[in-house]
Design a protein around this ligand. Sequence first.
Ligand code: ADP
Length: 305
Amino acid sequence: MSSQLQQALKKALELDLALDDQRLMISADPQRLKQMLVNLLSNAVKFTPSGGAVRLEVAVDGAAGVVRFAVQDTGIGIAPEDVARLFQPFVQLDSSLSRQHEGSGLGLALVRRLAELHGGSITVESTVGVGSRFTISVPDHPPQAVDGPQSAEQWDERQAAASRSLSAAVSADPGPEGARVLLVEDSEAGLQVVGGYLRAQGYEVLVARDGREALRQAATARPDLILMDIQLPGMDGLEAIQRIRAAGLHTTPIIALTALAMPGDRERCLEAGANTYLAKPVGIRALITTIAEVLAGSNPGHTDA
Ligand code: ADP
């Protein structure tokens, strides 16, 4: 028996399921869908005092083109000023009931990320002392279907490709014990912005401000991935990459970043031993996607930014 169910029984919560009997078809990773629902349901159980109720509703909204999964509780509720920060990583609201429960504050950030990876979204309605209702909406048909008529084979292939890319993105999710990224960068602003963003995504971030420091950190801290700026004072990034490889770190993924995209940059970076290369300015989204792809092993070395 799951611990959530035990907790629900102990608190004598009323559990209820309402399933729409309409045709229900979504394109989703079943394991991740389950993970989203389990996260919402366990929060609902956690934050609902004895004698309350938790309900899961699944309904098709044909007009909006979505399937909605709503988890409703009669729990402590969430204040309007807290709702906005609820989905940020590492947020735990300071209510006495939350303080009694340990948690990482990552559950809802992950649920939102998973919903977005499915082309969907998550919303919440809540009243303090009355209860909360979290709703995940997922497109009720695969997004590829809008491209016009296609054969069954094309359809199957697209479905398979969509599911592969989704699992790649999801399995690259760093999760609570995030992958360790060594950020090699000499500008304080760059360190702040990129470092802050990576941390918010759940990555553990180590910092080196020049090539020598990068070598030392790579050898001692054994990062899961290195983000290497090429223009560095003293030993530049290219030499640092070559030395890191020569020092025996053959498989640690390295993403090279150059400030001025010059012809031949890409080749020089790859020759030095980088797995891939991005030209600055790099959009944060492109950076995050590249990191996730490189960590998932689908080396996008051919993509020029
Ligand atoms: P945690 O792992 O700490 O539960 P979550 O991201 O799942 O992290 O939740 C963040 C915070 O949002 C919780 O600590 C709690 O304060 C609040 N919260 C989440 N779900 C509910 C709910 N159903 N009712 C009331 N508060 C909730």
